[in-house]
Design a protein around this ligand. Structure first.
Ligand code: FES
Length: 80
């Protein structure tokens, strides 16, 4: 299914990019912009963003794994 008509990005392209980014970096925060860049494209009109984000949220690899997302106890009280 085409998600982004301007750049001809399918739901499979989005899932493949997310899976690739998560396999490459467990800590990566995956954003639509990073997916566009991974596919060698850039957003145009932005009209696809609601469907683009919904497609991203279907992927189990989108979130940083829970064991990585936990902040170690010694870092919880640090202030910047
Ligand atoms: S439909 Fe995706 S940028 Fe236009």
């Amino acid at each position: 299914m085409i998600v982004c008509h301007c750049q001809h990005i399918t739901h499979r392209d989005i899932h493949a990019a997310i899976d690739w980014m998560r396999a490459s970096d467990r800590f990566a925060l995956i954003t639509p912009g990073k997916i566009y860049r991974a596919l060698g494209k850039r957003a145009d009109c932005g009209g696809c963003m609601p469907l683009f984000l919904a497609t991203m949220q279907e992927n189990a690899n989108l979130a940083v794994p829970a064991d990585v997302a936990q902040v170690p106890a010694e870092l919880r009280n640090l202030r910047m």
